[in-house]
Structures are given as C-alpha cells and as structure tokens.
Design a protein around this ligand. Structure first.
Ligand SMILES: *Cc1c(COP(=O)(O)O)cnc(C)c1O
Length: 379
C-alpha cells in the first residue's frame, strides 16, 4: 500500500499473526479447515460470550447469505433491510430471489428507525406478505436501538439478522454487538476493525445454526464415503491461513478499539468549538461504539462550507475521506424496491463524511489531518 497516503481504515497487524500462519505452513494445514479455524471460532465465542456459537466463513456477505438460507428465505419472499448501509447487507436478499424492503434511519444512531420499521411490517402484512426477516446494521460501529427493534421483532414474530460487520467490540447495555440477532454476522475484510485479509463469521446461540452453516459452507456433503448431495452447497468456509491471521488479531482487538475511540476523541477535540460540524458519537451511556469509522455532519448553513469542501481539501493533501453510505433505496440497482421512511438517511448522506480512523495512524499523520481540518474552523 502507498505509504504516504492516509487511509480511512487500513489493516493493522498486532505482531503474532505470522506465527499462527507459519504454524499452518509447518503443519501443512493449508486448507479451508484446520486448527486455526477452530481456534479462531473459539476466540470469537469467548469474546462475544452469552453462549454464542461461531462459524468462520469466507466473508461477511457469505455469512449474510447463509443466515437468510437458515431462516428459510426463498424466491418470492420479502426481507426488510436498513436502507442506510453497505450494499452487502442487501445483496444476499436478491441472491435468494427475494425482494428487499428498505427502511429509513433514525437520527440518533443513524440505524433502522423503529417507527418506520413497524409501519413497513404492518403495510407489507396488509398487502398480503409477512416479511421473512429484518436485517439490522450497527453503522460505523454504533449500536442500533436494540431494545426497541427487538420488541417489534418479537411482536410480529419476524427474526432479526444482525449485520455486525462494522461493530465487533461495540456493545449495548453491556452486551456485545454480534449477539443480538436470531442470527448475527461479522466481517473481517481488510478495512474492518480486525482483518483476516478477507473473511466473516455467522453467530448464533443455536448450535444447529452453526452446524448447518458449516455444512452449507463446505458444499453440503451428506455423510457418505462417496460424494453425495441432497442440498445445494456453497464454498464459503474460511481458510486455515486466514483464520491464523484472525487469531493474532483477536489478541489486539480491544487495544485497537481503544485506539479507534481515541481517534474519535481526536476529532471531537478539533471540532469542539465549531458550531456547524458535529462528530458522530454515542447518544447515551447505554451505547458503546468501537468507532470503526469516525464521521462528521457538516451543516453548510451554519459554517459556510460543505462536507464536499472538506473531502476535496483532504484529497488535495493525499488524505482519504468519503461520504457516508449512500442509502440503498437511492441506488439504481434497487430503484424498484419498496421503501418506508422520509429523508433522514438521505440527509445524512448529503452532509456526512467519514474521516481517517485507523488504529495505526501515527502522530505525524494526525498532525497533518489536524492542519487540514482546522483551516475550516474560525475561532
Ligand atoms: C463490510 C460489510 C459487509 C460485508 O462484509 P464482507 O466481509 O466484506 O463480505 C456487510 N455489511 C456491512 C455493513 C459491512 O460494512
């Protein structure tokens, strides 16, 4: 990677990753199975707690796809999904031949709005189809309104697929994100809070979910000496090499969360006295964000410049920044999907910006970021 460029979020190795990978080479476990895969799953299980079971998979997207299959989502079904998210939250709905129903965000956590969610469920039921699942997301590591969403899920008997790809290490009322769904998923892509270079996991308190996920992820082979198949399978298991990286990363996860949270504090300090710029932070002490990415909202009417002005100034200095996730209901590929809500997520997209947030940013880089940003603050 280009050393002089400052990235939003780049891989940050702790140091022991390579020894797990070397061990895999030394023992010739170069396959999508082996001791690192099981070791990584155990590490995640003890980190998440609450008697959860973890299946290590090739990506977060694969985990979402298997979650929908485990919940019986089929052609013609409808699945509700938070609109403001990365496309990978919604794509697996279409892999299954089902229809995504998008729901707006609320302004406190930027995640799925309980009111619009209930409106969507009622209207879909009135139109003749009860949604099969609700995909919720903890955007940028910020927990969604867990209690309110869970209440609605229980009231209507619709299971939750919790997309915790960005929120490993975040918690709500002391309980870890990744443990709130009927099925939850994690991602270990290169830009996430920990990485296995590419990877993901499916999480559930139901051991059968883990077993079935691994069965489907390894080509759905029946128990026979020959290759026998009664179901369509996938090649979605995590490799033993990648899992080795994951084991090393688990040793530094909490330290890296501390560093990401300090980056958030760094931006709060910069913008403390700026009226028009707000740094995204927890609404109250029930919420604990890993601050995977630190984001700001820029109100041009108050400060006289826009998030795009910030972005261009950063780019000029070889510093990466990026608008927030563009809501799915505004994406050309989903233009025909039903949508429930108003313009909350659309407004966030218009005035929001993600800033460099990596746990590996050094002092010199922070000084450079600070120098660019303070030009916009006149105090
Ligand atoms: C990264 C991400 C995913 C997908 O994970 P991959 O491991 O890249 O497939 C899904 N949802 C959200 C919200 C993400 O940020």
């Amino acid at each position: 990677m280009n050393n002089s460029k400052i990235y939003l979020s780049s891989p940050h190795m702790g140091g022991t990753e390579q020894s797990y990978v070397n061990e895999a080479f030394d023992t010739n476990w170069i396959a999508p199975l082996g001791p690192n895969v099981e070791g990584f799953e155990k590490d995640l299980e003890s980190y998440l707690g609450n008697q959860n079971h973890v299946a290590a998979l090739s990506s977060g997207t694969a985990a979402l796809h298997l979650a929908l299959i485990l919940l019986g989502v089929e052609r013609g079904d409808e699945v509700i999904c938070q609109s403001m998210t990365f496309s990978a939250s919604a794509n697996p709905i279409v892999y299954q031949g089902a229809t995504p129903i998008f729901v707006d965000s609320e302004p406190e956590t930027w995640n799925i709005c309980p009111n619009y969610l209930e409106e969507a469920i009622k209207d879909r039921i009135a139109k003749g189809k009860k949604p099969k699942a609700i995909i919720t997301v903890h955007l940028y590591g910020m927990p969604y309104k867990v209690d309110e969403i869970k209440k609605i899920s229980e009231k209507y008997g619709i299971p939750i697929v919790e997309d915790s790809a960005e929120a490993l290490g975040s918690s709500y009322k002391g309980q870890k994100c990744g443990t709130f769904g009927d099925i939850s998923i994690l991602s270990f892509n290169g830009n996430k809070i920990i990485t296995t270079s590419g990877g993901g996991a499916l999480v559930s308190r139901n051991l059968k979910h883990k077993e079935k996920a691994i069965f489907l992820a390894t080509q759905a082979r029946d128990n026979a000496p020959h290759y026998q198949h009664s179901e369509i399978g996938y090649n979605y298991r995590l490799s033993n090499i990648s899992a080795g990286i994951g084991r090393g990363q688990m040793e530094v996860l909490d330290k890296h969360i501390g560093l990401r949270r300090r980056m958030n504090q760094f931006y709060q300090d910069i913008f403390r006295k700026s009226m028009g710029v707000k740094v995204f932070s927890e609404p109250n002490p029930d919420y604990f964000s890993n601050h995977w990415l630190s984001c700001i909202l820029v109100d041009k009417n108050i400060c006289g410049f826009s998030s795009e002005d910030f972005r261009l100034a950063m780019a000029e200095n070889n510093i990466e920044s990026r608008p927030l996730w563009k809501p799915m209901h505004l994406q050309p590929v989903f233009k025909n999907a039903p949508y429930y809500g108003s313009d909350i997520s659309e407004k966030l997209f218009e005035i929001g910006l993600c800033l460099p947030s990596g746990s590996n940013l050094i002092n010199k880089e922070k000084v450079k970021i600070n120098d660019v940003l303070i030009r916009f603050i006149d105090i």
